[in-house]
Ligand binder design. Structure first.
Ligand code: CP
Ligand code: NVA
Length: 340
């Protein structure tokens, strides 16, 4: 049979490296796998496959999404971190890649530099999945797209969404590039100092010329949120950044905190709130409590009343991490895309 599966043996380093058509096919597979699991009719396409999961940063969703996707599909995951392996200290990324590729069918990697995941993919010669770097978060994008499709019933090219907050981080960069690739209308609102890297903006603009995506990047909030389907945000200080950054970040980003007023400014009754999580939305973390003590507000990047409101779809978004990661594993490790 001819190989008609464009994902077979591919790595996922940044979602916008893949065509809009291939992204659509992966989301269709994710929906089908989600349905099959709910109906109790899921088939195991990954029996006997071994998957290495490397985490140089902490994780709840990405790790468990990969692990549960493996369990459901009959694959065997191994969790590796940099404290208990030779990676990073005694052994280079290139050597680690070549060793793991002898034992595993695919490798997930979460860490710091984008270059590291690229080096891993270059040497491993098995699919490598970027589970988050300082620059990008492509598996998150798959979940975000599926969640936006499900909640709006719109095609990807008709989605209109805003991102407010630290727009130089991995999530914001990937949202921008993903929208540019699939042709959505994306608006990013952030203070000048925290707007996306100019190189990423340029890349997004080039992609938008082919896809018809609309891109607005502005300090002004209202034009960005007006008539949007979804408003996204993310934590204001990302993993790997210094805790010292908090003070300056809070000063710059307070106007961009997602509150009921920001939702109202969309002028959409059906506006939805999204966040990749973890979120500082209440007083139940030391940082959330310290913010309450210093600023008298409950929730940092998002107020608790927004996070817990019916507009918030963050847990649907979190669940979709697993269904989309499962689709990624199946699509990259099975020569033919299952027709479900
Ligand atoms: N959204 C996300 O990547 O969550 P984790 O850091 O828990 O994996
Ligand atoms: N920007 C956040 C995303 C967490 C999933 C971080 O890198 O910490």
């Amino acid at each position: 049979m001819p190989n008609n599966n464009p994902w077979y043996q591919q790595s996922l380093l940044e979602l916008s490296n893949h065509s809009s058509e291939d992204i659509h096919s992966l989301l269709t597979l994710a929906s089908a796998l989600k349905r099959a699991k709910r109906q109790g009719s899921e088939q195991r396409y990954l029996q006997g496959k071994n998957i290495a999961l490397i985490f140089e940063k902490t994780s709840t969703r990405t790790r468990t999404a990969f692990e549960v996707a493996c369990f459901d599909q009959g694959a065997n995951p191994t969790y590796l971190d940099s404290n208990t392996t030779q990676l990073g200290d005694k052994e280079s990324v290139a050597d680690t890649a070549q060793v793991l590729a002898r034992l595993y069918d695919a490798i997930e990697y979460r860490g710091f530099a984008q270059k590291t995941v690229e080096t891993l993919a270059y040497y491993a010669k098995v699919p490598v999945y970027n589970g988050l770097t300082d620059q990008s978060h492509p598996t998150q994008m798959l979940a975000d797209l599926l969640t936006m499709q499900e909640h709006s019933g719109k095609t990807l090219a008709n989605l209109r969404y805003a991102y407010l907050g630290d727009a130089r981080n991995n999530t914001a960069h990937s949202l921008l590039l993903t929208a540019a690739r699939v042709g959505s209308d994306i608006r990013i609102s952030a203070p000048k100092a925290l707007q996306p890297d100019p190189k990423i903006i340029q890349q997004a603009q080039q992609l938008a010329q082919q896809s018809g995506a609309k891109i607005l990047i502005s300090e002004a909030i209202e034009p960005c949120v007006l008539d949007c389907d979804f408003i996204h945000t993310d934590i204001w200080v990302s993993m790997g950044e210094s805790k010292q950054a908090w003070q300056e970040r809070i000063q710059l980003l307070l106007p961009y905190r997602i509150t009921q007023d920001i939702l109202k400014a969309s002028q959409r009754e059906d506006i939805k709130f999204m966040h990749c999580l973890p979120a500082y939305h209440d007083r139940n973390t030391p940082t959330g409590e310290a913010f309450y003590q210093s600023h008298g507000m409950i929730g940092i990047e998002v107020s608790d009343d927004v996070f817990t409101s019916p507009a918030s779809i963050v847990f649907d978004q979190a669940e979709n991490r697993m269904h989309t990661i499962k689709a990624l594993l199946v699509a990259t490790l099975c020569p033919q895309l299952p027709q479900l």
